[in-house]
Ligand binder design. Structure first.
Ligand code: SF4
Ligand code: SF4
Length: 114
């Protein structure tokens, strides 16, 4: 399912100059609304669900939706981007929480579970 932009969190990447979601989406799906200065997905039907935009948004303003068939299942996968790593928090369908941390930029990788 295509991602949603939370308007209150999106600042249009003003500090970066160019909106990151526009430059990073492989489908070129983001535009900035002229009236609001906020990002929107211009064609949700073309979204590949790759989650790249949600991972890299510096404001954590993009939320991916799960398929409606999965909605009753309380499983979640939440990425948190840090300077040289991405931490994924997985809550499985039984409510167990796992964290996996991938080191980026350095080329190394490590996994942690809790
Ligand atoms: S990357 Fe995030 S903060 Fe930047 S324009 Fe896109 S949604 Fe807004
Ligand atoms: S999930 Fe991927 S394809 Fe869909 S809008 Fe985000 S970056 Fe683009």
């Amino acid at each position: 399912m295509p991602p949603n932009v939370i308007p209150d969190k999106c600042d249009g990447c003003q500090k970066l100059g160019d909106p990151l979601c526009i430059s990073i989406c492989p489908g070129n799906l983001y535009v900035i609304e002229e009236a609001t200065g906020k990002a929107v997905c211009r064609d949700p039907g073309e979204c590949w669900d790759c989650m790249t935009c949600a991972i890299f948004c510096p404001q954590q303003a993009i939320v991916n939706q799960v398929q409606y068939q999965l909605a009753p299942i309380p499983a979640r996968l939440i990425p948190k981007l840090e300077q040289n790593s991405i931490t994924w928090t997985l809550t499985d369908c039984k409510g167990q929480v796992f964290r996996m941390r991938n080191i980026t930029l350095t080329g190394g990788e490590e996994d942690e579970e809790e």
